[in-house]
Design a protein around this ligand. Structure first.
Ligand SMILES: [Zn+2]
Length: 622
């Protein structure tokens, strides 16, 4: 038998310490004649010899003090009779590696099956069951600090209740499957549990400074379709104190998650413990584990639907459409009024009227988060941009009559032109005609694609040169407004003027007689103005001023949307899901466990990579 590894020091050691009689006796039997367990103990004996040799030689060769433990043998690898043996000495080290693997699997959506397949090829990877064990240990460790509670939201015939509604903004992905029995499942965590656990880390990493006294807590909500009328709904919080990480989904911590409807009743049921906690935090602040007292300032930001739902306010197409002021739909064309945030959350809380919303100026239910002042209900720049671009695109398409099926040849050619132009600016875009429909529909675009269309679509391809210039100017001005609203050093007063000029341009009236040559066609009508445009013109500059310290961009819901998207893709997508076990925990519980682990990785500084070892090849002594 020949070992594939030769250690000169081992040889020296053997010479200095002749093996005991018993050892020699045992080694008379040939290795391949031994039983598996006897082979194993002989391999271990080689390992022990090597460790002893290493301990002896580190004193002389490395000149390292034995008691200081600066050098230790981690593992040795050798081959005997075609079998490769790896002997591990240091258990601590493998923990770090296993935790890093659990983290990387979480962050890169590597399923257990995929990992198992890889580990069957690369044998230096820890076994999948060891990784699974470590994952469970992490879950156990953190759940003692941050418990996960389950609940059920009331849900009325989720699968039958598929009446129209205005949920068309997002398509339903056919790959997303949700078991009927999971509808209404919810999980939640206490915000105080998370804060207690996080604060020491935030202090240590200098995100919270000694001089800080206030925790600026931003609540956000988001619902994403996981089926007809069923949504994955989340309520998260983030700390605005953490400027650096506010755009990173990892630092938005879910407090409530459920699969169900994004309506007032469900949200009320789901968030009632959270509401109590927020009331308490606002009243009493928080005393952390070091005895320091923190005051708490609360904010909320989300898309229009979530915001008006938890505010108990009526739909965006109602007469009183604005959550912040009492402007009416019919007043969109009146540019002389100066609307500002005039409502107070306390008034809304006392004066709501489900039967006659006109009397309560659109307030139909009691707001859920009454502890947050109305000027801390901040508009989300992402949805404002998305919806205004939607409107600009709809207006363009209706002007060139591209979505109507009349005048077939003309529209067909035009649709081809638009598709080619979209291709040129690298936006994936298609028109399609639904069965029994006379209206053409088109791909709903994601945020970055919408910006591309806004900035780069060549309008001259579909409009006359002068008309194209006019609309291009309007689009460019909006792109600049969106850019400036996200820039915390831009002057709010300047923005107020810019936005007013923009809406004036949008509402440009036609001049002259349409039948004569001096006729100049205007742009759009007051009825084309949307609630988001009203907010852009009248309230964005106020938000910029009030929240200048953080910048409006810090209230963007983009990271929360990304988190929701990741959850849905990872846990509800049938192509990603691990098969097997029938008594799995509910998907929603697994999501919250994975969120708990994100906090664990953060606090324990679990690495995403380990140091590459220095490899040295020892040549054989001949
Ligand atoms: Zn308003």
């Amino acid at each position: 038998m020949i070992f594939g590894l030769q250690l000169r020091c081992l040889k020296n050691y053997r010479e200095q310490n002749p093996p005991k009689e018993k050892h020699i006796q045992r080694r008379f039997d040939s290795f391949d004649n031994l039983s598996t367990s006897a082979q194993r103990s002989r391999v271990m004996s080689v390992g022990q010899d090597m460790q002893q040799a290493f301990e002896n030689s580190k004193l002389s060769a490395l000149n390292i003090n034995k008691n200081l433990d600066q050098a230790s043998l981690i593992k040795t690898t050798f081959e005997a009779n075609g079998t490769c043996y790896e002997l591990y000495y240091d258990k601590k080290n493998s923990n770090v590696e296993e935790e890093a693997i659990v983290k990387v699997m979480d962050e890169h959506n590597i399923s257990r099956d995929s990992y198992r397949a890889l580990a069957a090829i690369i044998h230096s990877l820890p076994r999948e069951y060891a990784i699974e064990k470590r994952r469970n240990e992490i879950n156990q460790t953190i759940i003692e600090k941050i418990p996960i509670f389950t609940f059920n939201t009331l849900i009325e015939n989720p699968l039958e209740n598929s009446t129209s509604g205005n949920d068309t903004e997002e398509e339903i992905d056919e790959n997303i499957v949700i078991a009927k029995e999971s509808c209404g499942n919810g999980v939640r965590r206490n915000i105080r549990d998370i804060l207690y656990y996080l604060i020491p880390y935030l202090i240590e990493s200098k995100i919270l400074k000694d001089s800080d006294e206030l925790l600026h807590i931003r609540i956000s909500g988001d619902g994403r379709n996981v089926g007809r009328k069923i949504k994955h709904v989340m309520i998260t919080f983030a700390l605005l104190n953490d400027h650096e990480n506010i755009f990173n989904p990892k630092y938005h911590y879910p407090l409530v998650l459920y699969t169900g409807q994004e309506d007032y009743q469900c949200l009320k049921n789901a968030s009632s413990p959270l509401i109590q906690e927020l009331n308490f935090l606002k009243e009493n602040g928080l005393v952390d584990n070091f005895g320091k007292h923190w005051k708490v300032s609360l904010y909320i930001s989300s898309d229009w639907k979530f915001l008006t739902t938890v505010l108990g306010f009526n739909a965006a197409n109602s007469d009183y459409f604005c959550p912040w002021c009492i402007c009416k739909k019919s007043e969109h064309g009146n540019l002389d009024s100066n609307w500002n945030i005039s409502k107070k959350i306390e008034d809304l809380s006392n004066n709501y009227n489900p039967k006659n919303p006109k009397l309560s100026k659109g307030q139909i239910k009691q707001p859920l988060f009454t502890m947050i002042p109305l000027d801390h209900w901040v508009i989300d720049e992402l949805h404002l941009m998305l919806r205004v671009v939607d409107r600009l695109l709809t207006l363009l398409f209706s002007e060139i009559k591209i979505t109507q099926s009349s005048n077939k040849n003309y529209s067909e050619a035009l649709r081809k032109t638009v598709q080619e132009e979209m291709e040129r600016i690298k936006v994936s875009f298609k028109f399609s005609l639904a069965e029994n429909s006379k209206q053409w529909t088109y791909t709903s675009l994601m945020g970055p694609d919408k910006l591309k269309v806004l900035q780069s679509f060549d309008l001259k391809k579909v409009l006359s040169a002068s008309r194209a210039d006019k609309i291009r100017e309007l689009w460019d001005d909006f792109a600049a407004l969106h850019n400036n609203m996200c820039n915390s050093s831009y002057s709010p007063l300047q923005f107020q003027n810019d936005a007013l000029l923009w809406i004036k341009k949008f509402l440009t009236k036609s001049q002259g007689n349409p039948l004569k040559s001096d006729f100049i066609e205007g742009l759009y009508n007051a009825s084309d103005v949307t609630p988001y445009m009203h907010v852009l013109v009248y309230h964005v500059h106020e938000f910029m001023r009030i929240h200048q310290k953080f910048g409006l961009k810090s209230f963007s819901c983009s990271p929360v949307e990304k988190k929701n998207h990741m959850h849905v893709n990872k846990f509800f997508n049938k192509t990603f899901k691990d098969g097997g076990s029938s008594n799995r925990k509910s998907a929603i519980y697994e999501i919250m466990e994975s969120e708990n682990r994100i906090i664990y990785y953060l606090i324990n500084n679990v690495p995403s990579a380990t140091t590459k070892p220095t490899r040295i090849t020892i040549k054989e002594n001949k």
